[in-house]
Ligand binder design. Sequence first.
Ligand SMILES: NC(=O)c1ccc[n+]([C@@H]2O[C@H](COP(=O)([O-])OP(=O)(O)OC[C@H]3O[C@@H](n4cnc5c(N)ncnc54)[C@H](OP(=O)(O)O)[C@@H]3O)[C@@H](O)[C@H]2O)c1
Length: 320
Amino acid sequence: MQYRQLGKTGIEVSEIGFGAWGIGGGWGERDDKQALAALEKALELGVNFIDTALAYGEGHSERLIGEVLQGGGNEVFVATKVPPKNRVWPAQKGTALTEAFPKDYVLECTDRSLTNLGMERLDVLQFHVWDDAWAEQDEWHQTVRELKDSGRIRAFGLSINDHEPDNALAALETGLVDTVQVIYNIFDQTPQDNLLPTCLRLGVGVIVRVALDEGGLTGTITPETTFEAGDWRENYFKGERKREVFERTQALGFLTEDGSSLAEAALRFTLSHPAVSTVIPGMRSPGRVEQNVTVSDGQLLSVKTLEELKAHAWPRNFYR
Ligand SMILES: NC(=O)c1ccc[n+]([C@@H]2O[C@H](COP(=O)([O-])OP(=O)(O)OC[C@H]3O[C@@H](n4cnc5c(N)ncnc54)[C@H](OP(=O)(O)O)[C@@H]3O)[C@@H](O)[C@H]2O)c1
């Protein structure tokens, strides 16, 4: 496993981090035993960064992580998220900051996350949605300062709304944001335009989410794919979307000619940008962990391949 600086936080994170949404629930039947085994395998193989959220199974993902961390071992860094108080994902234009992240509410959620995780200080606390119209508002500036001064958090971050990478640029200029979490993958390459260069300039850590397009960029989605009852991806890949994804991934066949899997190439794509600190694929089983950690071997995609991939960008938003 290779490690990179998480911006200017002083934290060195594994290139492959652990995306812990799936283990919290909502992805078909939950299997806690398998989830704990996946987390343990990840730590054993050098993963030292886990991304979770208070909203993932209403604290369930955090509690599973807490259970594993109680076992001790190597230092592990955890990033979690405060859900918007109004429970609206993503933040809607015109929403007041105080509807989503009033100070007292943020402090209360932080304490709940600390309890769930069994930690005294969170390594990274992120707002789970963001609207850059809030950038200059004093309330969140004060909140972040209080969280740091009280020792509850080490670093503060924003989880940027789906497919809106520029919707945090003003916040980054305040100097209060240590990390961003953003969708960056072969289909959505738009963070390259403004966000990633800004993060490099300001020393902001970049946590890449949805590198595998919720499974779309793994080559496992075909027109015939079905999901378990209760798997939210029934909606994400509804109607003709499975066929569209299948055709798009067939066109990416050149990435797997050397024997690597599409998932591997998709993860390598994200690590090939110098602004990226870590990529956090969702992994619910030890087998997935074993597959994904192999990607952190220092081999990046060539400039030629990255250039070729520009033609495969596919602007759309399946979350809507
Ligand atoms: N708004 C936000 O802040 C937000 C939103 C979304 C995600 N996130 C964070 O980002 C993390 C990653 O996103 P995600 O989990 O939604 O999507 P993702 O990483 O793009 O995709 C996860 C899917 O890919 C599969 N997968 C993983 N490795 C694979 C491999 N090597 N080969 C084939 N399939 C593989 C997983 O398999 P299994 O089904 O077998 O597990 C799962 O179905 C989340 O866990 C969460 O921490 C944050």
